[in-house]
Design a protein around this ligand. Structure first.
Ligand code: Z16
Length: 800
């Protein structure tokens, strides 16, 4: 939009006056943020109204992205960027004596997700708006986001994330769009005069679902889509019957807090309540809007696409069946055809412990009518498929089995599409986790490699780099990230490579200042910044990285005079509060950090910084400063990864196993520009099948590795008698489930190569550039365009 600096200043001062009835210099930073946020909302409000009208007038097919997590990050700067107001606002604030970055940091970072899955949903919301897709998010407005992490004595301690303390400037509560969601009670089918059966309910727990809508601004295109987050409340009419505090709490508990489990299913009844709550409210409001727009229900599949992000929203399938049959009197067959036309499902993991199943006993008590419908889905599936595929395969793939509701199977059976998030992952779905269903429905399976919002992760997070790119190839890459590949010829331009190095320096200085200010650790900016940022999980193998740190530490202790290329190891990671082993690794990293950082013999050559409370905002600070991107999961375990893409786009070289999207990154940028290593999926699977992995052999055969393992238990690393022993035992007594020892030597070999290569800065910058130039492949806009073409079948704007 168009706005002069003078007008902005006037508007801002008037907003301050309206809100606070005082002078600007008498307001707090959070107060200034809120005023600025309100103003930005006002600037954009007509766009939001117009967008809704545009989609209505054009009868556009609507996409609804259902996700139990959305991790949008702070919205002030990204909204301003997308509205093309960022420079005007920065300038105007400066003229008023204010600093945009300071105000921006006052915005709470909504941590309504655990990690990759929630962040992916947010990147896709941004991409849908930027592609003019009628895209809607549907999720939960958690009162408390993912816990705030602090370290006490090196242990993780979790504190509540009170992100709504000052309210949320970006949301609009829409009472008139509320829905009732029913839990529990008894249900029976009452025969009707026309012979149909109508369910009757008694003693249900009714919950009011109130939506809070957030505008999602498209990039320079006057589009504002909607992210709808539901909050659970007491139904007004029922106030008297919910007299006890306990009953009130049971309702508000539904949306009180995000479950902090990443790639793991907690299996709690409250989680199932959350899942049905936002699935039901979302589907109800879709069907309500659809009927209001005068489309006959038989057109549902032409006008609506519902995407199921991981299994958490799978109950949209039986919920849609329920609405179509019980409220709109469709036959089963009509309802089923419509439902499967509308639904599509993304799988994000092959880890067994992450695949959701619910005990039938719990399920049918909480959701009796939904359970009846699943029983019928199961019965028909068996009836139809047994003659073709035989009883064994059908037993193994039916929605009900072993006393459980199997959510992934239900999702595949009730959708027309199921996709994995990287080529390897999709292959493993077909051959391993969903092998049986792949036999039944081969045409449903497809791959959609993940993508990232280049706008947030380069344009906003790395403005020095963005400006250098602008000066070099012009600004079109900001709309079309694949144009980044036109940077590649500058590999031969010494001046450009020098500037690229300077950009990295600036970003390292910013990170170093943060680390100094918040942790009191001084880090040099000429060191290699070796970064591993992701959830703490055994399969992600932060432990392997710790072993490298210990190797470097012993090297410096043994050979203090030998040349050593300075390194800073940067970690960011939260552990699920109930994940004992992950917490042990956190303690180990912190203890090793202290040991190394305090040792005068080490000086500033080696530093370890474990930045607490990793999240989107801290990622925006770390990623632009990274030289090395650690992507070292056990092959087959990381479905895709997305920090690998963000780090690549910011010029880091990947030190990576052949897992998830690492494979595609290595392919896109060229193996000569990365550090691939380690077991391939086939080798990992061979070990499984032959049962011939013996971790102790690697320990015995490699004295350096033996010394590192022994240091966990022999007092070399002080203060970890229990934790050290637990980790040691996981490797030697319990045979190293994730093949850390098998990959140790290959990993270290690449680390040593990195230290040599980094000293040749021009060559290093050439390779950094190769990564930046190839990163356009992984733009969310491209990924979402493929979802739009292949799965949702909705039009989208071309990417130019
Ligand atoms: C999650 O973040 C992911 C998978 C999952 O089952 C649950 C959660 Cl909360 C991650 C994958 O681990 C990661 O590899 C992938 O890049 C990401 O989802 C987005 O697809």
């Amino acid at each position: 939009m168009k706005l002069t600096c003078a007008q902005f200043k006037k508007d801002f001062l008037s907003e301050i006056e309206t809100l606070y009835s005082t002078a600007l210099n008498d307001t707090s930073t959070i107060g200034q943020f809120i005023a600025l946020g309100q103003l930005v909302r006002r600037y954009n409000s007509q766009s939001w109204t117009r967008t809704a009208k545009l989609y209505r007038d054009q009868h556009q097919k609507q996409v609804y992205y259902f996700s139990i997590e959305f991790l949008p990050g702070r919205l002030l700067a990204s909204n301003l960027l997308n509205l093309n107001l960022l420079d005007t606002v920065k300038k105007g604030l400066k003229e008023l004596g204010l600093d945009f970055e300071t105000i921006s940091r006052a915005e709470p970072d909504p941590a309504l997700g655990n990690g990759g899955l929630g962040r992916l949903a947010a990147c896709y919301m941004d991409a849908m708006a930027s592609l003019k897709i009628a895209g809607n998010g549907n999720g939960i407005r958690y009162r408390y986001g993912l816990f705030k992490q602090v370290f006490m004595d090196g242990y993780q301690v979790e504190l509540p994330d009170d992100w709504l303390h000052h309210g949320n400037v970006w949301e609009t509560r829409r009472d008139n769009k509320s829905c009732l969601v029913q839990f529990g009670g008894n249900v029976w089918l009452q025969p009707q005069p026309d012979g149909s059966l109508q369910p009757q309910y008694e003693n249900t727990d009714d919950v009011l679902a109130v939506p809070y809508d957030v505008g999602i601004v498209g990039y320079h295109n006057d589009i504002t889509n909607t992210l709808r987050l539901w909050s659970a409340e007491l139904p007004p009419s029922a106030s008297e019957s919910y007299s006890s505090q306990e009953q009130r709490d049971r309702i508000s508990d539904i949306t009180k807090v995000l479950y902090p489990d990443d790639s793991n299913s907690a299996g709690q009844q409250l989680r199932l309540r959350q899942e049905y709550f936002f699935s039901s409210a979302g589907v109800q409001s879709i069907v309500r809007d659809f009927c209001a727009s005068h489309h006959g229900l038989r057109n549902l599949g032409k006008k609506v696409a519902i995407h199921i992000n991981d299994t958490h929203p799978t109950l949209v399938i039986p919920e849609m069946m329920r609405l179509l049959m019980d409220e709109h009197h469709c036959t089963w067959d009509v309802a089923w055809t419509l439902t499967t036309q509308v639904m599509s499902y993304t799988n994000h993991t092959i880890l067994q412990e992450a695949l959701e199943t619910w005990p039938i006993d719990m399920f049918k008590g909480l959701l009796p009518r939904i359970y009846q419908i699943i029983v019928e889905i199961d019965r028909r599936y068996r009836e139809q498929q047994t003659p073709i595929f035989g009883k064994a395969l059908v037993d193994q793939t039916a929605p009900l089995g072993n006393g459980q509701v199997r959510m992934a199977y239900l999702a595949v059976i009730g959708s027309h599409s199921v996709n994995g998030v990287a080529p390897l992952h999709t292959e493993l779905l077909k051959t391993d986790v969903l092998r049986g269903l792949y036999q039944v429905y081969p045409e449903r399976f497809n791959n959609k490699t993940n993508g990232i919002a280049t706008r947030r992760w380069v344009q906003l997070a790395n403005q020095p780099l963005a400006h250098l790119i602008d000066q070099t190839i012009g600004t079109d890459w900001r709309r079309q990230p694949d144009l980044l590949q036109t940077l590649l010829p500058y590999q031969q331009d010494d001046h450009f490579l020098h500037q690229l190095g300077q950009v990295k320096q600036i970003n390292k200085q910013a990170l170093a200042a943060y680390v100094q200010r918040t942790m009191g650790i001084k880090i040099r900016t000429d060191a290699i910044y070796d970064v591993q940022i992701k959830r703490l999980h055994a399969y992600k193998r932060q432990l392997l990285h710790v072993f490298e740190i210990l190797r470097e530490y012993f090297q410096l202790k043994d050979h203090p005079q030998a040349p050593f290329v300075p390194r800073v190891h940067v970690f960011g990671a939260k552990a699920a509060p109930s994940y004992h082993y992950a917490k042990a690794i956190i303690k180990l990293i912190n203890v090793v950090a202290d040991l190394v950082n305090q040792d005068p013999a080490i000086g500033d050559r080696l530093k370890v910084v474990f930045i607490p409370n990793y999240g989107v905002s801290i990622a925006e600070l770390i990623i632009p400063a990274a030289d090395v991107s650690e992507q070292i999961s056990t092959a087959s375990k990381e479905a895709s990864g997305t920090s690998n893409m963000k780090l690549m786009a910011n010029g880091a070289l990947s030190l990576a196993t052949y897992d998830g999207a690492n494979i595609d990154i290595i392919q896109a940028a060229g193996a000569e520009n990365e550090y691939p290593f380690g077991l391939k999926v086939d080798e990992v699977y061979d070990y499984y099948h032959r049962g011939n992995y013996h971790a102790a052999d690697f320990y015995q055969a490699d004295p350096e590795l033996k010394r590192i393992l022994d240091s966990l238990v022999d007092g070399t690393i002080p203060g970890i008698p229990t934790v050290g022993r637990e980790i040691y035992d996981s490797l030697l007594r319990y045979n190293d489930e994730f093949f850390v020892l098998a990959d140790y030597r290959a990993y270290v070999t690449q680390q040593q190569q990195i230290s040599r290569d980094f000293q040749d800065q021009p060559t290093w910058q050439q390779r950094s550039l190769a990564n930046i130039a190839a990163s356009g492949h992984f733009a969310a806009d491209l990924a979402v365009a493929r979802y739009a073409d292949d799965i949702w079948q909705v039009p989208h704007e071309r990417l130019n």
